[in-house]
Design a protein around this ligand. Structure first.
Ligand SMILES: Cc1cc2nc3c(=O)[nH]c(=O)nc-3n(C[C@H](O)[C@H](O)[C@H](O)COP(=O)(O)OP(=O)(O)OC[C@H]3O[C@@H](n4cnc5c(N)ncnc54)[C@H](O)[C@@H]3O)c2cc1C
Length: 434
């Protein structure tokens, strides 16, 4: 399997290129092997390095470390995700358990950036759930009731207030949650690479082709060698299913996003010079849209079942066109040709939006499936799966293990068919806010 990514993600292009990329070229033995070097794998490696300073730890990625979804996302470190209301107290209880995990995720990222003095454009400006459709007020009111019950600070915004705050009159109603954070995802993941402990060896452009677990070892096959390890952690998120891991409990989705160049001073003035903000859609498939601190606009308005290994230039161009329209609808005064880059990324989803965190065989551990909210949770799960795999315990593990577990998915072709129909339905429901 080779992962071929577009080379045009603005977040990645903002960073300096890295030297000393090592590719696996011979057989190796180690104590710990981690597959996947995004937030999850890098955090697992960092924690294992701390816990076992004298052990050999190898971290492998099929592409350059951090260049998967971890630097291709929209940069919302979330405290909550929108729910339209609950059928029972059990649902409310599950929402609370999830919010507890998000809170731990925020804390762990905060701790990391403080300890390593990371500049990742951290902004505790909260996030908006906004809609152009007044009918969505009832959804937001239900959500507000939940937030009030659980003690999350939030406010409602009207069209005129939103125009001032966001620089667009597109939205009619919004709920702002105070607790969300906006950041530069590429800078965050790069810092995780730069601060890997010394006893972690990183091999990049090294794709795991096949693996087998015997009683006391795991053997992994790559193009130019094998790695024998005592224990393995899978941190491949959107690629868990293609490696045969928890394949009846998670599936990949491809998201695409575009980013404009920085607006000129005149362009920025024409939209009222708003401060940095982030909007998530009230409708599931509506656009995520963000104004960055350096006056760029990011938009994501697609989620699809797509071959996860490759998106062609033509496929990407089609999606970029939809994003251009999404920006134009909100900011008609801006020029047509301001999109600087478009890219795709793969996430992992489960049926009930729950995450995977478990031991799946004697020496085999897995963390992933963050349902599109993996900045904080990925960082948290990476560290905690390392602790769990070291046979140690923590309060965080207790909280993580209290969550609802992912539920079973039907086999192919029913799964893809079901997901496609659901996405199509959600897209129609979200049409006005794409
Ligand atoms: C467009 C987009 C917007 C998003 N927005 C947000 C957001 O605003 N907030 C948020 O919290 N989350 C968001 N997400 C989700 C978030 O990016 C992911 O949840 C997070 O990156 C997961 O981190 P990870 O380390 O588990 O996985 P990844 O970052 O996907 O890392 C997995 C790594 O595994 C590697 N790999 C896969 N297969 C193999 C193999 N066979 N051999 C070796 N290596 C392999 C991949 O190359 C990849 O680098 C978004 C995602 C996308 C794509």
């Amino acid at each position: 399997m080779s992962i071929v990514n577009d080379k045009s993600c603005s977040w990645i292009n903002d960073l300096s290129s890295r030297a000393n990329i090592k590719i696996l070229s011979q057989d190796k033995h180690c104590d710990w092997l981690i597959i996947g070097a995004g937030y999850t794998g890098l955090s697992a490696a960092r924690k294992l390095g701390e816990l076992h300073p004298n052990k050999e730890i190898i971290l492998v990625d099929a592409q350059q470390a951090g260049e998967g979804a971890s630097s291709r996302n929209s940069g919302y470190l979330v405290d909550t995700t929108l729910r339209e209301g609950f059928a029972s107290n059990k649902d409310l209880e599950n929402f609370k358990k999830k919010a507890n995990i998000y809170e731990l995720g925020i804390q762990v990222v905060k701790k990391f950036i403080k300890e390593h003095q990371v500049d990742c454009d951290w902004n505790e400006c909260g996030k908006f759930y906004a809609s152009s459709n007044n009918k969505d007020e009832s959804i937001l009111k239900n959500f507000s009731e939940t937030l009030t019950k659980l003690g999350f600070e939030h406010n409602f915004f009207s069209n005129s207030e939103l125009k001032k705050r966001l620089g667009t009159s597109f939205y009619n109603i919004a709920l702002h949650t105070k607790g969300g954070i906006l950041l530069h995802p590429g800078k965050l993941v790069r810092a995780m690479i730069d601060t890997l402990p010394e006893n972690v060896q990183l091999f990049e452009n090294t794709s795991l082709l096949k693996w087998e677990a015997t009683n006391d070892k795991v053997k992994c096959y790559f193009k130019n060698g094998t790695i024998h390890s005592q224990k393995i952690i899978f941190a491949t998120n959107g690629f868990l299913k293609s490696l045969g891991i928890k394949k009846n409990y998670n599936f990949p989705l491809t998201l695409t996003a575009s980013m404009t160049r920085s607006l000129s001073n005149e362009e920025f003035k024409s939209i009222g010079e708003p401060k940095e903000w982030g909007v998530l859609s009230v409708r599931q498939m509506g656009a995520t849209i963000r104004m960055t601190k350096d006056k760029r606009i990011l938009i994501r308005n697609t989620a699809e079942v797509h071959n996860p290994l490759k998106m062609t230039k033509m496929d990407l161009d089609k999606r970029s066109f939809k994003q251009k329209i999404g920006i134009k609808k909100r900011f008609p005064q801006l020029p047509d040709d301001i999109i600087q880059s478009s890219w795709s990324g793969i996430v992992s989803r489960s049926r009930n939006s729950s995450q995977i965190f478990e031991k799946i065989d004697t020496n085999v551990f897995v963390a992933g499936c963050y349902n599109g909210s993996g900045i904080g949770v990925g960082t948290l799960f990476g560290e905690q799966i390392a602790i769990k795999a070291s046979n140690e315990s923590s309060n965080e593990i207790d909280i993580i293990e209290r969550r609802e577990k992912p539920t079973w998915l039907p086999p192919q072709p029913f799964l893809n068919l079901g997901v496609r129909v659901r996405l199509m339905f959600e897209r129609i429901r979200s049409e006005s806010d794409l």
